[in-house]
Design a protein around this ligand. Structure first.
Ligand code: FAD
Length: 518
């Protein structure tokens, strides 16, 4: 039977490794590639202007890739449960395909949409391609329990095997007999809006260092894969938080929006590794993709994952409510140049290195300001191009020693940490040009510079640049005690699990085979 299909793009904003799109094209007469501007996101999340630009660039790129297949992207505004039924009728739709999304809102939205599709006689086909594996299968394989450590997670994945190979992008051949009924006024009716059309204030847009889209994602991936030595030697802790040229891939915004498939990334790395000595998880690039998968799994398995309250694996901490300190951190006014430089890079460019995220997250929470990780999560959600529900929540819990990581007594110094990889403070000088004339000796602690040096540098601390808002040496010690008290209040069953949950016994056949081999 000839089908009229909608392929609904949400994440997965690409043609390569898009099994749901391929399913839409099977026995298809008319295909409608659709993107919905869902008002839920504007009212319930804090997406910032740089991220909006990234999304619009990505949609433009998607449309231009679809044009090469004689198709077009249809952009429609409105809640999915209102828009989709209208389109089912208008376009006489028989099939709806989309990529599985594990975030809580997406799950409830998709449940409603599947119900509606059934009512309208539309076959709904969800396919998994945002993660390396089926997340439910990972939890099932662990006896229905969420693996809570990376080691445990790795052993579960060993039993599952490598991720599926990515599926190729549709070709003109695949599109034979399939058409997209778009009209001359398509641009007017279904075109991609500008940021101004969306009513967004573009005055704070930063430089467009990481333009959105599948083509840019694949170009960047190719560029990295052409450096096999770098890929094979990659060890995350050896990369630098304050390098002026990013010391990691910056593929995260592309993976987040699905301009790049995680499975494509994984298998390209496998190709580079083949026959070569290479680093291993958790520090290798494969290891980074496994961190992503780990936090997607915990995001599905742990209730209220993006909150402290009601989250059974999160230490309950009496965080302070201090709007002035929170604003100073958010607006790069803490008086600690390393922290303020990172927060400036984040606001302007939308991406900061993983260890830079460590530094500012520790500073906001258990290190210095004693402000809830949920507040930091909101700021990152707004400012990061790669802001991702599961990864943001998981990593904030880690850094605040609320879950997964429990060595709360190991605190990053806002002064010494940055010096390890940038003695001269070139990174600080780039993002805080106000301080660029300070000698290296004082660049991390300008308040210690004698008045004459401050005058020569043209920057008086307390007037042109703030004094430190806290005394790190004092507060971090006090905070360690507060954290100790929070940990002590945990009941025995809440105590951190470090060994993972007991596994299912291996099938007897396997045990016997192993014995025979020995
Ligand atoms: P690479 O080192 O090149 O890694 C390759 C890919 O692996 C990344 O693109 C990303 O998809 C994945 N990855 C790498 N590190 C991690 C990690 N620690 N956890 C999960 N996945 C990882 N990452 C996000 O993508 N979105 C977020 O919202 C986010 N919030 C964070 C919040 C905090 C407080 C911290 C400490 C980290 C957060 N991270 C987040 C994780 C990590 O910092 C970024 O994924 C990484 O820095 C992106 O840069 P890259 O692409 O160059 O990474």
């Amino acid at each position: 039977m000839s089908q009229n299909s909608i392929h609904w793009f949400r994440k997965g904003l690409r043609l390569h490794d898009n099994p749901a799109l391929i399913a839409a094209l099977k026995d298809c007469r008319h295909i409608y590639p659709l993107f919905l501007l869902d008002p839920w996101y504007s009212t319930n999340t804090h997406i910032g202007i740089n991220q909006w630009r990234f999304l619009m660039e990505t949609l433009k790129d998607l449309d231009s890739n679809l044009k090469k297949l004689n198709s077009r992207l249809f952009v429609v505004s409105g809640p999915p449960t209102e828009v989709l039924p209208k389109l089912f009728e208008k376009w006489k739709i028989t099939r709806l395909t989309f990529e599985v999304d594990t975030e809580p809102y997406s799950q409830s939205r998709d449940k409603e949409v599947m119900k509606l599709a059934k009512e309208y006689g539309v076959e709904a086909i969800p396919k998994i391609s945002h993660t390396l594996h089926n997340i439910d299968r990972i939890i099932d394989e662990n006896n229905g329990k969420t693996p809570l450590t990376y080691v445990r997670f790795q052993s579960v994945l060993k039993a599952i095997g490598p991720p599926k190979k990515p599926v190729p992008a549709p070709t003109k051949e695949d599109m034979k007999g399939v058409s997209t009924p778009f009209s001359e006024d398509h641009e007017e009716k279904f075109g991609i809006p500008t940021l101004e059309d969306l009513g967004l204030d573009t005055s704070s847009l930063g430089p467009d260092l990481f333009p959105g889209g599948e083509q840019e994602a694949l170009r960047r991936l190719d560029e990295h894969m052409q450096r096999p030595g770098w890929v094979c030697k990659f060890e995350k802790p050896q990369t630098s938080p304050n390098a002026l040229i990013p010391s990691t891939t910056v593929l995260s915004p592309y993976v987040r929006f699905g301009c790049l498939s995680a499975r494509t990334f994984w298998w390209r790395l496998t190709d580079v590794y083949r026959g070569n000595k290479h680093s291993e998880p958790p520090v290798s690039l494969h290891g980074q993709l496994l961190w992503r998968e780990f936090f997607y799994t915990t995001g599905v398995g742990i209730p209220n994952f993006n909150r402290m309250e009601g989250n059974p694996h999160c230490v309950q901490v009496d965080w302070d409510n201090n709007p002035e300190h929170l604003a100073a951190w958010r607006e790069a006014r803490t008086g600690f140049p390393f922290i303020d430089a990172i927060m400036t890079q984040l606001r302007q460019e939308g991406w900061i290195h993983h260890l830079a995220r460590h530094a500012v997250a520790c500073f906001l929470t258990r290190g210095d300001l004693w402000i809830s990780w949920e507040e930091g999560q909101k700021v990152f959600e707004e400012l990061l191009l790669d802001a991702d529900w599961s990864l943001n929540a998981g990593n904030w819990q880690w850094l605040s020693a609320s879950a997964f990581f429990h060595q709360y007594f190991r605190v990053y110094s806002p002064i010494a940490f940055g010096k390890k990889t940038d003695k001269n403070g070139d990174y600080i000088k780039k993002y805080l040009p106000l301080l660029k004339k300070f000698p290296a000796e004082y660049i991390y602690e300008p308040w210690k510079a004698p008045r004459s040096i401050q005058e020569r540098a043209g920057c008086i601390v307390g007037k042109d640049y703030p004094r430190p808002i806290v005394e790190h040496e004092v507060v971090h010690k006090k905070n360690i005690q507060r954290m100790k008290a929070a940990y002590a209040k945990r009941s025995p069953e809440d105590k951190p699990i470090t060994k993972g949950v007991k596994r299912k016994a291996a099938p007897i056949k396997l045990v016997l085979e192993k014995k025979a081999k020995r």
